[in-house]
Ligand binder design. Structure first.
Ligand code: FPP
Length: 245
């Protein structure tokens, strides 16, 4: 059954509000095809495009993709600079199309290690989409869950010291407001490709009650059909949030 035939099987009332994806396996895909790693990443961008299109088609509210982690700086200098450029160039290339589709783009992550020029470009590009109220696409860029929590703790302490925040006001909702994802719903479903079954520092606070869906498929091969199948599988699950059956 192709993905077009699967879409009507989705229960529109039970669509996850937020799907987060750990796009893994670009390097292995390149190895399998006897190509260079960068070609794996290029194929990965094509997969991002088709999944964003599908997310728009099914009217998903939030999609977050893990594009570059705070740990990815450990890769070779060449791969790092290629990846950063690829992500930015893809976004610039696609911004008009994304806008046409009413997609609102945010970058989540730490701005610290990224160059000023890069940060400026990101904001200038994304700003064009900030009035859009269709799919919210978060690109996790220089993102690390522990770093996010650390940044939040530092800000909370600073605000508390300055009197802007009272100790009694610090609760889970307040912490949410200090995260990069402030104002967004937690991911209902986290997908990871390539057979690895771990979170790798991705949305560690936000995914406390997420459902997980793993596939051996490498990210560049991840299809629209795989995406819909993950959602159909999610719709069969019972979420209890720690309560009894
Ligand atoms: C994992 O594959 C993938 C990444 C670290 C980067 C993913 C980035 C993209 C697909 C581009 C995103 C683009 C936009 C526009 C959001 P890997 O290199 O870790 O693969 P391996 O584990 O097989 O070596």
């Amino acid at each position: 059954m192709n993905y077009k035939e699967l879409i009507p099987k989705l229960n529109k009332q039970k669509l996850p509000q937020h799907i987060a994806i750990i796009m893994d396996g670009n390097g292995r895909w390149a190895d399998q095809h006897k190509k260079r790693r960068i070609e794996g990443h290029r194929a990965g961008v094509k997969a991002v495009r088709r999944i964003v299109e599908t997310a728009v088609e099914i009217e998903l509210a939030y999609l977050t993709v893990y594009a570059f982690s705070t740990e990815n700086w450990r890769r070779s200098k060449n791969e790092v600079s290629y990846l950063l450029k690829l992500i930015m160039d893809s976004l610039i290339k696609e911004i008009d199309e994304l806008n046409k589709n009413n997609v609102n783009i945010r970058f989540i992550g730490s701005k610290k290690e990224l160059s000023k020029k890069y940060n400026k470009k990101v904001i200038e590009t994304c700003k064009k989409s900030w009035n859009n109220n269709g799919l919210h696409l978060n690109v996790a860029m220089n993102y690390g869950g522990r770093r996010e929590l650390l940044d939040a703790i530092q800000e909370i302490v600073a605000d508390s010291k300055s009197g802007k925040l009272l100790e009694a006001e610090i609760n889970e909702n307040k912490v949410n407001e200090y995260l990069y994802t402030a104002g967004m719903p937690d991911p209902d479903l986290v997908i990871r490709t390539s057979g690895e079954e771990r979170l790798s520092n991705f949305l560690i606070w936000q995914s406390a009650y997420s459902e997980f869906w793993f596939t051996k498929t490498l990210w560049p091969d991840f299809s629209r059909r795989d995406f819909i199948k993950a959602i159909l599988d999610y719709q069969k699950r019972k979420r209890r949030y720690g309560a009894r059956k």
